[in-house]
Write a protein of this length. Structure first.
Length: 165
């Protein structure tokens, strides 16, 4: 029986605490208070300095010649350029330079191979007359041609900004 009394006492205490807490809460604001607060804030919002830009504003600005409008005349003496076309032209020039560079590198490699082959033929030749008159002349012509090709390759590399090896 003792236990029942203690449980009833604890339940009564919880109930009293809950009632006391609900009595301390202030009453909720009515909607009329909310309407009054909105009306009080309206004059502060009316003094705002922001402006909405409309299509009519944009047309007026273009007519006056402000930046971004169609009424702006290009600077005198400077031709109007298209950056996309300029970029495409620079890409084409770069591709042409790379193709010419590759072609000259292949030509130099081919001439070096041919020069080595002529040199081997020179030392393999038993006929001294043929070796000194024919093969030596052929060797000198290829050597000159190789020098010209190397000079052209150096020029193209310098123009393209490629470091020389």
């Amino acid at each position: 029986m003792h236990v029942r009394k203690i449980v009833k006492l604890i339940a009564a205490t919880f109930l009293a605490v809950a009632l006391a807490a609900s009595a301390d809460e202030p009453p909720k604001a009515s909607t009329s208070d909310l309407v009054e607060a909105a009306r009080a804030a309206k004059p502060r919002r009316a003094g705002s300095k922001t402006k909405v830009i409309t299509n009519a504003d944009v047309k007026r600005a273009a007519a006056k010649g402000q930046p971004g409008g169609k009424g702006v005349a290009p600077a005198a003496g400077k031709p109007v350029t298209n950056p996309i076309r300029e970029h495409q032209a620079s890409l084409k020039a770069k591709a042409d330079a790379e193709a010419r560079l590759k072609k000259l590198e292949e030509k130099v490699a081919t001439l070096e191979t041919e020069l080595t082959a002529i040199e081997h033929r020179y030392y393999d030749e038993d006929d001294l007359d043929r070796r000194d008159n024919v093969i030596k002349r052929e060797f000198e012509l290829k050597k000159t041609e190789l020098a010209v090709a190397r000079r052209d390759l150096q020029t193209v590399r310098a123009d393209a900004g490629v470091p020389t090896s």
